[in-house]
Design a protein around this ligand. Sequence first.
Ligand code: ADP
Ligand code: ASP
Ligand code: MG
Length: 410
Amino acid sequence: MALIVQKYGGTSVGSTERIKGVARRVAKYKAQGHQVVVVVSAMSGETNRLIGLAKEILEQPDPRELDVVVSTGEQVTIGLVSMALMAAGMKAKSYTGAQVKILTDSAFNKARILSIDEENIRTDLANGYVVVVAGFQGMDEDGNITTLGRGGSDTTGVAIAAALRADECQIYTDVDGVYTTDPRLVPEARRLKSITFEEMLEMASLGSKVLQIRSVEFAGKYKVKLRVLSSFEEEGEGTLITFEEDNKMEQAIISGIAFNRDEAKITVRGVPDRPGIAYQILGPVSDANVDVDMIIQNVGVDGSTDFSFTVHRNEFAKAMDILKNQVQKHIGAREVIGDDKTAKVSVVGVGMRSHVGIASKMFRTLAEEGINIQMISTSEIKISVVIDEKYLELAVRVLHKAFDLDQEAV
Ligand code: ADP
Ligand code: ASP
Ligand code: MG
């Protein structure tokens, strides 16, 4: 007998028919003698709908109240899934995040899980129940409802699996695993049988939204066995997220290509080249809770330099405002310019550690298509470039091909 946590995303619970499908799958696992905890998202489109409603009232919704609104999506699905399980002859019980006691910090809209009280779930499982937990939500110390950021149900799934020391956490979604790149953009993308935590972490943080980054962090930290699977197929092994040392197979040099359309670039020009400048530029930005991604500072010439960085497109206007109105004059910079029509493309692979020439191959491939690289950043296992958004699709396709990731035509 194993303890399995199954997380179902929005499309997988997108209709009552699909919800009945979830119940059928759970029944199969129960019949094999396993204990099952189900974690669910809101029905597809629901979270966006709720955010839309909030914005009709307040253009910048109050963060606490927004969480009160958006957390309702998951509350609906836990009730419906529990009923579907009952209809299929199982004992089932639903829990909101607060009912479990998924304790989070108070960062509304992007809260972090601090602890999970798993006692009641254990008791229910021992008594033969399937336990159904609302993804994406928790409660802070003062009893406020919080949510974990878009895609946060993945993190709930993995965190519950970690708390229960589950044998496996299965992430059911609308694709049958993790692909070499988003199969919606590149039909030639291939499913990976396995991918290392490190690579998955990079892919997720560089824009592959198949798993929320925090879920991968959790799985890595607590050694949760994590698998991504399709909820639409009966069979299939999906993609297993592995530790590198377990992955004895011959490693491809590049495992995947991630991209992110939400990138906006800001350049502060003519910045005095002296100690403390980076802090004076980025301090006020970070004080306003704007996350900064790639950062580049030029080599100074004649005592001045240029300083560029990227932020999420949603926060572009806010960051520009801070720089123009608080920072520019203060540090004596010449001008602040911005471009919110940029995108980031990254190649990821642990094989990069032992192979040289990956960066030059990437740059040559882009050059051959006339794609200008605006910014570059590298780590041991990834190379990212910022380019004009209009070349994003082309860039991903040509890199996918150049690094031999295309599926062979059948
Ligand atoms: P869910 O609602 O089940 O959480 P998501 O939409 O959050 O589903 O994540 C699944 C989607 O992630 C897929 O439909 C796919 O378009 C996208 N995706 C992006 N990059 C990848 C990738 N490398 N492999 C698989 N899917 C990816
Ligand atoms: N329903 C939330 C969202 O759409 C959480 C999730 O689906 O993981 O972001
Ligand atoms: Mg998701």
